[in-house]
Write a protein that binds this ligand. Structure first.
Ligand code: NAP
Length: 295
């Protein structure tokens, strides 16, 4: 059996189109501010593509680039100013930050109403409590991808490998919100392969290249690969690299009903969900009704 490859790019394009449609129905243009500290090349690429996607969705993009020597106090002052700015609807601080800056301290300065990454304590608390709020983008993308294959997740056995604040924990809570039965696995989990084989939906958010093999996958399962790992690619030439996921795609797709590839699966969904959150944040803060295109 060969499963389907879940086309994250196409699904993300649909989400982005519905965001653009929603923006057209709003009384004013929402604005997303992205703050980048330092010159990490991968972060620069992410920030540029977020800015481009924001403009393509019809919103205003504000990019704030600060030198790597920026102090924690300076960064907190910038984030506080954006939090207080009535013309800014969403704020994203690109992570990771340089080592001398405490991420929690910076996130604490972010107005939770503008927390489009869903990473503040207030957003995390609302997620745990089941209250409406802004949800982290990558985990939301995972749920949307899973639901394209299985629209009703009620009673599904979901295994999430990884328990980070950014991906694993919120993903587990979001699948729970969908009435799935969720297991969170991590580096201390015993017999991980057997745990994974119990999953109707297997979400890999580990950061270990192709760790999930074909025989970890239950026949007919849906596999969502969050991992993005840069590995050597001698076949492309000396010193060249490529991106691979946490799942061995070739093996998994022989067993699964569907697998989201990496790259090309969860990654595009993350940006699409960020745009969606910006519109939702603008509506909640400005008292606008959420346009039908997004509901
Ligand atoms: P992270 O903070 O490093 O967390 C990794 C998690 O994996 C931890 O909970 C860790 O367990 C667990 N783990 C590590 N080795 C393991 C093993 N051998 N067996 C089982 N569990 C293991 O990483 P993250 O931020 O969640 O990111 C995970 C991956 O997703 C990375 O590849 C990252 O690049 C990618 N990512 C992609 C996107 C996107 O938009 N596509 C967004 C965010 C992240 P412990 O807690 O026990 O240490």
């Amino acid at each position: 059996m060969t499963g389907r490859s879940i086309d994250g790019k196409a699904i993300a394009a649909n989400v982005r189109a519905s965001v653009a449609e929603a923006v057209r129905q709003l009384p004013a243009q929402p604005a997303l501010a992205v703050v980048l500290v330092g010159d990490d090349p991968a972060s620069q690429v992410y920030v540029a593509s977020k800015g481009k996607a924001t403009i393509e969705a019809g919103m205003r993009s504000v990019e704030i680039k600060l030198p790597k020597e920026t102090t924690q106090e300076e960064l907190i002052a910038r984030v506080s100013a954006l939090s207080a700015d009535p013309d800014i609807d969403g704020i994203l601080v690109q992570l990771p930050l340089p080592k001398h800056i405490s991420e929690p301290a910076v996130l604490a300065a972010l107005d939770p109403l503008k927390d489009v990454d869903g990473l503040t304590e207030a957003s995390a608390g609302k997620l745990v409590l089941g209250k409406p709020g802004l949800r982290p983008c990558t985990p939301v993308g995972c749920v949307i991808l899973a639901k394209t294959e299985r629209p009703d997740l009620t009673g599904a056995n979901v295994v999430v490998i990884g328990r980070s604040i950014l991906v694993g924990k919120p993903a587990a809570l979001l699948f729970l919100e969908q009435n799935a039965s969720v297991t969170i696995a991590h580096s201390k989990t015993r017999d991980l392969k057997m745990v994974c084989r119990g999953a109707d939906i297997l979400v890999a958010a580990v950061g270990r290249p192709e760790m999930v093999r074909g025989d970890w996958v239950r026949p007919g399962a849906i596999v969502i690969d969050v991992g993005t790992n840069r590995v050597p690619a001698p076949e492309k030439g000396e010193g060249k690299t490529k991106l691979v996921g946490d799942v061995n795609f070739k093996e998994a797709i022989e067993v699964a009903a569907a697998v989201s590839p990496s790259p090309g699966g969860v990654g595009p969904m993350t940006i699409a969900c960020l745009l969606r959150n910006t519109v939702l944040a603008a509506c909640a803060r400005r008292g606008w009704a959420v346009p039908e295109a997004l509901s």
